[in-house]
Design a protein around this ligand. Sequence first.
Ligand code: B12
Length: 219
Amino acid sequence: MSVPEPIHQRLTEAFIEGDEEAAEAITLEALEAGVDPLAIISEVMVPALTEVGNRFQTGEYFLPELLMAGEAAEVASKHLEAAIAASGQANEKLGTVVMGTVEGDVHDIGKNIVVTMLRAHGFKVIDLGRRVSPSAFVDAAQQNDADIVAMSSLMTTTRPAVQSTVNLFSELGLEGKYKLIAGGGSVTGDWAKEIGAGYSEDAAGAVELCKRLMGIPVS
Ligand code: B12
């Protein structure tokens, strides 16, 4: 079910105003009404936070507003992630993914959603958290015998860290041993292709991408 208009409007406002209590209450109301958590993310959360980002960029919002919107989104995310996890009926293990937000970047709301989606669809995910250095990605991939290494980067200033991570895998001769993928606001499909990484723009696409990389048919 896509997000009904009254909920759409109220939840958008709650995120834009950084109203944590309202964001939590409306998210729960939407989930109880049977609204698809992924629709809430793609139709409401991402556009509302993009608007917050735009207001921050144009000087209409300052750091406190950005922080409040981030907190409202984090609280809503926990419920959305729980709903996604509960809807997953994955018994089989499709592969192992090591995932983190790259060095210098603290944005993890989108990364956490991708982690939850991958787990709900049967992937084992080792979540390295945020500000993950290139060597920490490499160590975790080796220690966990990963199939896929997934990097999230939200800022133009941290996109080079995606490149450095990819470079480190090549320098160590590990190119091809692990499939590398990247996503988040600073990454585009063209750029990812240039550096030899897979890409998807959202969490549902990340599941399809990982399945394809593992040679699993995508329905
Ligand atoms: C919330 C937020 C914050 C919160 C983060 C809270 C948290 N725990 O994550 C807080 C307040 C802490 C924050 C801090 C900062 N922020 Co901020 N933030 C945002 C905001 C508004 C929303 C980000 C978000 O959560 N989106 C919602 C999620 C669901 O979307 P997503 O992350 O894109 O993830 C989806 C997809 O991209 C994809 N995906 C994500 N990762 C991956 C990985 C893979 C492998 C794949 C396949 C897919 C995938 O799937 C997800 C689900 O569909 C953005 C605005 C924007 N346009 O994005 C700015 C934004 C990213 N922030 C920005 C800035 C500048 C900052 C600060 C530097 C501000 C400051 N002066 O301190 C600091 C950064 C500090 C640091 N070192 O990292 C800028 C970056 C500009 C740039 N240079 O590119 C932005 C773009 C705002 C703007 N327009 O100016 N921020």
